[in-house]
Design a protein around this ligand. Structure first.
Ligand SMILES: [Zn+2]
Length: 335
């Protein structure tokens, strides 16, 4: 069976010193270590240590083979978005990352699909890069759950979503720049509590802000099984019913109407939680994702699904059909 992991992260082995080049900002750079790993440094602050499976395309393919997974959808690490930078500088960084991903795909077309990144802080610049990505054959982009703390329904982002719909580019929404980051650093809470809330924030913003209503052909996939969205859908709908004066001010349609119109990945680490998502979304709107190569990811690439009590059809939908439909790709190009 074809297995496509639609949520994994990759970086180039080397990054230019963008902060030195542009003369400002906490652009990430990589410090190679003697043990073969690399430290990601943000400004002067240590961010994270990464291993060669973060940049070595062949090593990744071999590791994925041990999980019978032939194809990886790769995108950058959200900390690279740099939406805070000047648009022209963010464009240069985005192009560098996108060119690298396109190169990985070109070298291993049966094993990799790429998602680009664009300067969301400036619509014109973002659309310029979207058009280039389209020409390069990249089928979609990854964006953050908020853009410099602005919600995705802000009118300034609408032309970007419109361009994605017009260019037929899919969108993956990834939590980042987590709410409450400063006040809950202990216990990894930004990752355990903030990230699921961020994804729900993005979903609610796009629904209540009317973006999904205005762009019915936009193909959006939310990370981490939609975060806390599905776990709180009853509350979200009740809020819409009991306080429409607060909730339904920009879109009169019940939020439940949008369930099954967007995609989510399956990263729940829990078969029962996944069944709950499937009950809402249907198997054709749930994609295999792992968050490889990071420790919070499902690094067995869907083993809990293979071992769970799911029908063959459901597993096949999750493992490949849903992602192929989301990205409008044909399975034959990977066989
Ligand atoms: Zn991720």
């Amino acid at each position: 069976m074809l297995k496509i992991d639609m949520h994994s992260h990759i970086l180039p082995a080397k990054l230019p010193r963008f902060a030195e080049k542009f003369g400002y900002g906490d652009f990430i750079y990589l410090e190679q270590r003697e043990d073969g790993k690399a430290d990601m440094i943000k400004g002067k602050e240590y961010f994270r240590t990464i291993k060669s499976n973060c940049w070595d395309a062949e090593e990744r393919i071999a590791e994925y083979e041990t999980h019978q997974t032939q194809v990886q959808v790769v995108c950058t690490i959200p900390v690279m978005f740099s939406y805070w930078a000047k648009p022209a500088d963010c464009l240069e960084l985005s192009r560098f990352l996108n060119d690298h991903i396109a190169e990985v795909v070109a070298h291993h077309p049966k094993h990799y699909i790429g998602l680009g990144t664009v300067p969301m802080q400036d619509a014109d610049t973002a659309i310029q890069e979207l058009e280039r990505l389209k020409e390069m054959g990249i089928p979609g982009i990854q964006i953050g759950s908020n853009i410099n703390d602005l919600n995705l329904n802000e009118e300034q982002f609408f032309p970007i979503f419109k361009a994605c719909q017009d260019l037929d580019l899919a969108i993956m929404i990834h939590p980042w720049n987590m709410m409450g980051m400063e006040s809950m650093r202990r216990y990894w809470l930004p990752w355990l509590v903030g990230m699921p809330a961020e994804t729900s924030r993005a979903a609610c913003s796009l629904i209540f802000g009317g973006v999904l209503e205005r762009l019915p052909d936009l193909r959006v996939c939310f990370s981490h099984a939609g975060g806390s969205f599905f776990g709180t859908i009853g509350r979200i709908e009740h809020g819409y019913n009991c306080r429409p004066d607060l909730v339904a001010i920009d879109n009169p349609i019940n939020p439940r109407e949008y369930i099954g119109k967007f995609w989510v990945d399956c990263i729940t680490h829990d078969a029962k939680a996944l069944q709950f998502i499937l009950d809402h979304q249907g198997s054709k709107r749930v994609c295999l994702g792992s968050d490889y190569p990071f420790p919070l990811g499902d690094l067995d690439i869907g083993k809990f699904i293979e071992e769970g009590d799911f029908s063959k059809e459901t597993v096949e939908d999750i493992f490949c059909h849903s992602t192929l439909e989301w990205l409008k790709l044909d399975a034959r190009q990977f066989l």
